[in-house]
Design a protein around this ligand. Structure first.
Ligand code: SF4
Length: 304
């Protein structure tokens, strides 16, 4: 494992109990990281000083050994252990309690919209919003007093952008204290439904500004991973979170490791407008799949 990382993200496998629009994870084959191999990776990361573990996927709660893995990570000295989840299994109160008791410090729920019909259409699973809300309530109930942080990874797409501010308000009321915006990606997808759902970046400027104002008023954090600074209102540019700033190493189910920012899902392309951009050094660039769909005319470098 390479040095210099703050976070280790581990994907045990790519199975999932949802089939969300644009998510290719569940098509990712049958590869599975065995529990013993996962533990060896955790030990290697700790030996190199990595103290933050992000358990992603696929849907990690489908793995029965998850509570043991969380407990083992804490025993190895991981200060933070974050579970990224669709929340469905956490709708079982006893499971939510077991996961938190194992030593989890952060739960980040996949959120799409406050509107159940929008969520369930995007997850292609009727009733998934209701289970997500039960999962959040169960974790919030057991997390109180244990210092567990509740966060949300919010999908930005054509159907979720108009309600973004109200989605932040609704989920903040349920205990979420940090919102990270993720732009729907059409990378590797030739599904026209996905292509139609990816918004132009300049269509997100207003919704992100509105959501930011709501977040600030409520005292919760709001950051955005895939909207370069040139597509945000000047006052929202500090919300931009380039992938490389996380200093996160991903290990996939085959055991292959790579820095998060090297993934095509995170940007990495600097088209013509970026050539003289004054903030290029700190910008992760645009995604190739976005540029293929919408071109580069939403990129307006600051100061030009
Ligand atoms: S480097 Fe390119 S994508 Fe990034 S802010 Fe500048 S113009 Fe926008």
């Amino acid at each position: 494992m390479r040095d210099g990382f703050e976070w280790l993200e581990i994907a045990l496998d790519y199975r999932c109990n949802l089939r969300c629009l644009g998510c290719r994870a569940c098509d990712g084959g049958d590869e599975r990281l065995a529990a013993a191999d996962a533990l060896a990776i955790l030990r290697g990361a700790r030996a190199r000083g990595v103290a933050k573990l992000w358990i992603g996927g696929g849907e990690p709660t489908l793995r029965p050994e998850l509570p043991k893995l969380i407990a083992a990570a804490r025993s190895l000295g991981f200060e933070r252990v974050l579970l990224q989840t669709n929340g469905l299994r956490l709708a079982y109160a006893s499971y939510a309690a077991a996961i938190v008791d194992a030593g989890l410090t952060d739960v980040s729920f996949n959120v799409k919209s406050l509107r159940a019909e929008v969520n369930d259409a995007l997850t292609r699973t009727e009733g998934s919003q209701a289970l997500l809300l039960e999962g959040i309530a169960n974790v919030a109930a057991v997390a109180r007093g244990q210092g567990v942080r509740l966060a949300a990874d919010v999908l930005l797409c054509r159907d979720t952008a108009p309600d973004l501010a109200e989605t932040v308000r609704a989920f903040a009321a349920r205990g979420i204290t940090r919102f990270t915006l993720w732009l729907l990606s059409a990378a590797d997808s030739d599904d026209p439904e996905v292509a139609r759902a990816v918004p132009r970046l300049d269509q997100l400027t207003g919704p992100i500004a509105d959501a930011g104002r709501v977040a600030d008023a409520l005292g919760v954090e709001l950051v955005s991973l895939h909207t370069p600074p040139c597509t945000l209102a000047p006052s929202d540019r500090p919300r931009y979170l380039p992938a490389r700033s996380l200093r996160l190493l991903v290990v996939d189910p085959s055991g292959r490791s790579f820095p998060l920012e090297s993934s095509p899902f995170e940007g990495g392309v600097y088209p013509e407008p970026c050539r003289a951009c004054p903030v290029r050094e700190s910008c992760g660039g645009a995604r190739a799949d976005y540029l293929r769909l919408h071109g580069d005319d939403a990129l307006n470098p600051p100061g030009t």
